[in-house]
Design a protein around this ligand. Sequence first.
Ligand code: UDP
Length: 341
Amino acid sequence: MKVLVTGGAGYIGSHTALSLLASGHEVVLLDNLRRGHRKAAEIVVNIAGSRGAFVEADVGDANAVAAALTDHGVEAVIHFAALAYVGESVELPLQYWRANLAGSLGLLEAMDRCGVSRLVASSTCSTYGCPDAEFIPIAESCRQDPVNPYGESKLAVERMVRAHAAMKTRSGTPFAFALLRYFNVAGCDPQGRLGEDHEPETHLVPSAILAALGRRPPLQVFGRDWDTHDGTCVRDYVHVTDLAEAHIAVLEKLNPSSPMVFNIGTGRGDSVLEVIKACERATGRTVPCVDAPRRAGDPGLLIADARKIAAELGWRARFSSMDETCSHAAQWFTANPRGYR
Ligand code: UDP
């Protein structure tokens, strides 16, 4: 299948493009390069040969996206392009609403215009907010009640996709979609071809590894007074290559008569302190840390119930240990001290 990957020069988009290629698909990467990396796109396009192309454009620019869809004969879209930092979304809510909502709107308008009717869209566990303990691990049926602008904007995107698909199906031109709610994504391509390079970098695993390697100040531990086993926040960290493979499994099963909504996680939780220990084992160094207040917008505990996608599509995380995830990340950061620069 020929697949447009929005945000294709970004962390998850580029890894997913590699998995698409490995599964025999063709990729067209679309990215405005504001947060994505030209180098990541080049690496993917080089590996792809005649099965890959890169288009520099903003996903919210419906005309540019429509041109990419028709020029390349795209059959399906995997939509990653978005802003995705919880903390930043609290500081810059309007930028989050614009990037995430207007971006997805431009994409849907372009797909509509070009008759492309297959979409896998990224969403997030942040749409669940802070579920009560009885709802953890979190199933797809859990009430969505986000507590930060990032989660709010992604929930709005979910609703927009659903409404568009319902209208298309009513009007006799069925639209097949899947919404994938990611938990925390970490790690790098096990073969070391691609990595994680954000500016600013706020995610825990890369921040801890970079602190261990002496390439950034000590890691701030955001709160030690959470209601968790060691007082630090607990998250479900899924390896980026596992996440990428979940997209392929979903893409190949898209069906207009049965929209898919899946959590993507491992079903296992690791605390901030446990992740720090895994990063220390992966780098062979100490992660320098300082205690810091809770970060605005952070829930204390998020763990996926990922049994639905396992039961329906047979997908489950292959790289199930935090040690493996952190060691792939540490290898890439060690081999690429300046990231993609
Ligand atoms: N975290 C931390 N220090 C950091 C970055 C993150 O203590 O420098 C914590 C954060 O409070 C959260 C967890 O690590 O509980 C994962 O944060 P990340 O930003 O990686 O992902 P998020 O859960 O916000 O999507």
